[in-house]
Design a protein around this ligand. Structure first.
Ligand code: ZN
Length: 336
């Protein structure tokens, strides 16, 4: 079997992708039409040209345009269902999808509508596309006052969406270290939620150490900069703390000069628990299948190694036990 078909057939789990970064041109265009928002494009195809951005400003523009069209419950449900259709087409069985409640609350979206939309989207993902979704709601470092506990209180309150598995930490890593958010994460953990912060993406090893020590991180979002500190690599490897590596994202945001020089192979060879992810798949124009293919073609991960990344993602996820068992059974039947 050729590698492309083999990757397509692999039952998959993805741990790191953002709902707000998943709007393909067709979805963004139809949501914009629904709300009479002008995006400077006459069709979804024309809008697609704007996705081929080359600067961070263009990426930021697109990201904000995507946020602007997510206004009511139906929008969140449709965005989630569109993402689920895309995941199902790649044989992704389960995904942990990150979304940022404060971002929407600040724009005037009622949290009840937001949660209702996520619930409906998650139900449609399951019933129409046979994709299970677990939500990660993340704190935006630069916009949330750590003393407010806004995100964790939302997750533990009566308007929380169903199926939340963890508390995340995203946003600008530089200048916004993890430590001030320790009490939010302690509260989340005490209530059975996992600690799933981004760290070691744009900032270095200190940020990862902070996530481990202050937040008791269960996984590290990105974590690629751990390679700066051999003691940290040893710590992560010994405790089997998974990294959610997203190579195309790292290149798109210019953290790595080009795809060939990405450190994915190095992370695997260092004995770290590596999972492969898309981060903002629409805006970075990637899919999980594309990521696995590039890992194979450019970073020396053979079929056995690709299978290991999927087994690692399955082990590291917070899917219900029955879902995990079913996917594990399917993975065991795959010949590398
Ligand atoms: Zn991310």
């Amino acid at each position: 079997m050729n590698i492309e078909d083999w990757i397509q057939g692999l039952p998959k789990v993805e741990l790191h992708l953002h709902l707000e970064g998943s709007l393909r041109p067709a979805t963004l265009f139809s949501l914009a039409q629904r709300h009479d928002v002008a995006l400077g494009a006459a069709s979804a195809e024309e809008l697609g040209d704007l996705y081929r951005f080359d600067s961070f400003d263009d990426f930021a523009w697109l990201f904000l345009a995507g946020l602007d069209v997510l206004r009511d419950a139906e929008d969140f449900a449709d965005a989630t269902a569109a993402l689920a259709a895309e995941l199902a087409a790649q044989n992704v069985r389960y995904a942990e999808v990150t979304t940022t409640p404060l971002q929407h609350h600040r724009r005037g979206v009622a949290l009840e509508d937001y949660a209702a939309g996520l619930d409906e989207g998650r139900r449609r993902a399951r019933d129409e596309h046979v994709v299970q979704i677990g939500w990660i709601c993340d704190i935006s470092r630069e916009s949330e006052d750590p003393q407010s506990h806004f995100t964790v209180d939302f997750l533990l309150g009566r308007t929380a969406p169903e199926g939340v598995v963890g508390l995340g930490l995203g946003g600008i890593e530089h200048g916004f270290p993890p430590e001030p958010f320790a009490s939010s994460f302690a509260k989340a953990k005490a209530n059975g939620l996992a600690a799933l912060p981004h760290a070691g993406e744009t900032a270095g090893a200190d940020s990862v150490w902070g996530a481990l020590r202050a937040l008791r991180a269960d996984r590290i979002g990105h974590g690629i900069r751990c390679l700066d500190d051999p003691a940290l690599v040893a710590y992560l490897a010994e405790r089997r703390i998974p990294l959610e590596v997203s190579p195309t994202s790292n290149v798109a945001l210019k953290l790595v000069p080009d795809r060939q020089s990405h450190m994915l192979g190095e992370l695997v060879r260092a004995g770290l628990v590596v999972t492969i992810n898309t981060d903002d798949p629409a805006y970075f124009q990637t899919t999980l299948n594309d990521e696995l293919r590039a890992a194979h073609d450019l970073h020396g991960l053979d079929r056995r190694a690709l299978l290991d990344t999927q087994a690692a993602a399955l082990d590291a996820c917070y899917a219900p036990a029955a879902t995990k068992t079913a996917i594990r059974r399917e993975l065991k039947e795959i010949t590398p």
